[in-house]
Design a protein around this ligand. Sequence first.
Ligand code: SF4
Length: 148
Amino acid sequence: MFISLESLLRLGWSFGKTVVKNRLVKAPQLPRVLAQYGPDGMLSATPGDHETLVAAGRCTHCGRCDVRALETDSFTALGPRGPRAFVQGVSRRPGLDGTVGPEATAERLRDLSRHCPVEVPFVALAALVRRRYDEHRALVAPMVVRAH
Ligand code: SF4
């Protein structure tokens, strides 16, 4: 196999340019990805989302939040199946299955976190679900209209 000197020089030049550019320019890629794939249905991600979802993943199904919600007469504030089901179910597909109503006040959500042994961040989780639900609706509504 013969490789010309010119090809080698061009390859080396391109490799060097890529390495130097990647070292010098640290532009975040996420905005570009979202701009590209947002119109196709990709929902946004903010820097805190990962931390929130990891914290929700610590839920051990202990049910103490359900008990607390029953005590404070707010069992359905995060959905008909209660806060434990909200954390386990809705938070896995935040915003796609529904949103969080106004009865889930910040005070109630903070109270649930205080009674959770692993401190699931209910306030942040509810905010994530609300934000994603609004985005999802904004994306899906025009598609539904177009389909008719
Ligand atoms: S109290 Fe916390 S760990 Fe227990 S079920 Fe509720 S969210 Fe999960």
